[in-house]
Write a protein that binds this ligand. Structure first.
Ligand SMILES: C[S@@+](CC[C@H](N)C(=O)[O-])C[C@H]1O[C@@H](n2cnc3c(N)ncnc32)[C@H](O)[C@@H]1O
Length: 402
């Protein structure tokens, strides 16, 4: 049997330090994985504190079952169901929400899960293999234009059209790609050698971008992220914190844009309109920190190389009355957190894919992140910040950033 605790958590100490401000509070770890962050959160909590952990992966559920702690509760569900989960647990608000995005090392290192470029296995890549469609099944039926779009938008793959054409030609010849090895070999054979040599990421396997793209697609990662950010903001009590660790620039930009939009609502206002300060919505978030891994962490854990932790704090700005009455989210229902009800009465057990309506509405809200160099791009800070350094966010002085 695979050992269950093989994931080395990234940016664990800073993430948990920024997250936990009240040891007696309620916290959510939306990406339990193998529980690296969750265990550290539990270490910081007082006996009255509690931690609700979510993960859509059944193997994560098995790992969570090893934690016997009355303050801990695991729910096997996609994190887009955060609001429904809190409602079922009768928790009105929480003091912190952690997102450690992407996939865990055990997921990558288990060939049968189909995430690995190195280990040949069935081309699956679903975080919850009990629901949805595997990459192989999707590639066996998707129109060529859709495959090309996914590779381009979610992998920023320059040769998206060529790779999609090769996949469809192979399928038409009665040999659809079925394994990670076949997919990786097809992509490598399709990208011209000269183009590969000139790429900034030439040291990576040529199929790295394509693997990322199809994984994001079959797991609806960006729609899930849009939904959980929104629900987390509704669930946070004033002073509560949202901490999100992203591993590639596309997902980091979604987090960054979300936090910035709620910290600076005035930027969305039309500057041609004669608005006075009190006409503008009050910021619901205050940007606290951006943290990169230090050299020691990167040397010991190559997965940390691309990680970015962003932290923002919920202000006391209220939700508009109508939204609060209409059940805007867990926080808007008011009231103090209550003890956990009986787990069997919650109807939360087992996987549930987010409903079509939930994901469609997230898609509506989700705009693809701006490309590199766009007006939203970050200054390049890596190498200029100290070890494990927190970089105060725009407009925040170091003192304000703790
Ligand atoms: C980087 S790992 C988290 C590792 C964890 N922090 C630890 O220390 O072990 C990401 C985890 O998030 C889960 N995940 C990703 N997207 C999810 C989603 N939309 N809903 C629930 N879980 C998700 C994955 O299954 C994976 O286990």
């Amino acid at each position: 049997m695979e050992p269950l605790y093989l994931h080395r958590p990234v940016l664990a100490a800073p993430a948990v330090q920024w997250l936990v401000t009240d040891p007696a509070g309620s916290y959510m770890d939306c990406t339990f994985g193998r529980g690296g962050h969750a265990r550290l959160i539990l270490e910081r909590l007082a006996p009255q504190g509690r931690l609700i952990a979510l993960d859509r992966d059944p193997d994560a559920a098995a790992a969570a079952a090893q934690i016997a702690d009355p303050r801990f509760r695991f729910v096997h569900t996609p994190f887009s169901r955060l609001a429904a989960t809190l409602a079922a647990l009768e928790i009105a608000s929480v003091q912190g929400v952690l997102l450690d995005l992407g996939i865990s090392s055990p997921q990558i290192d288990t060939a049968a899960r189909g995430f690995s470029l190195r280990l040949d296995g069935p081309l699956d890549m679903r975080m919850d293999p009990t629901v949805g469609e595997s990459v192989a099944d999707w590639l066996a039926r998707a129109p060529q234009a859709e495959i090309a779009r996914v590779l381009r938008e979610y992998g920023e793959e320059r040769f998206a059209a060529r790779i999609a054409a090769a996949l469809v030609a192979r399928r038409a010849a009665g040999r659809p790609v079925a394994s990670t090895g076949e997919f990786a070999a097809l992509v490598a054979a399709t990208i011209p050698g000269a183009a590969r040599a000139g790429r900034k990421d030439a040291a990576q396997h040529p199929a790295t971008r394509s693997f990322q793209a199809v994984r994001i697609h079959v797991n609806q990662e960006f729609e899930e992220l849009a939904l959980v950010l929104d629900s987390a903001l509704h669930a946070l009590a004033p002073g509560g914190r949202l901490a999100a660790i992203a591993f590639h620039s596309l997902e980091d930009r979604i987090v960054k844009r979300f936090m910035a939009a709620h910290a600076h609502p005035e930027r969305a206002a039309d500057s041609r309109l004669p608005l006075r300060a009190h006409d503008l919505p009050a910021p619901r978030l205050k940007l606290l920190a951006k943290v990169l891994p230090d050299e020691v962490e990167v040397a010991g854990n190559p997965r940390a190389r691309s990680a970015v932790l962003r932290v923002a704090e919920r202000t006391a700005a209220p939700w508009p009355q109508r939204e609060a009455e209409g059940g805007g989210g867990a926080a808007s229902r008011g009231g103090e957190p209550r003890p956990h009800p009986n787990p069997s009465s919650l109807g939360l057990a087992g996987p549930r894919r987010s409903s079509g309506a939930e994901l469609r509405s997230a898609k509506h809200r989700f705009r693809p992140p701006l490309r590199r160099g766009g007006s939203n791009s970050l200054p390049r800070l890596r190498g200029r910040v100290g070890v494990g350094a927190s970089v105060p966010q725009e407009g925040i002085s170091p003192g304000e950033a703790e």
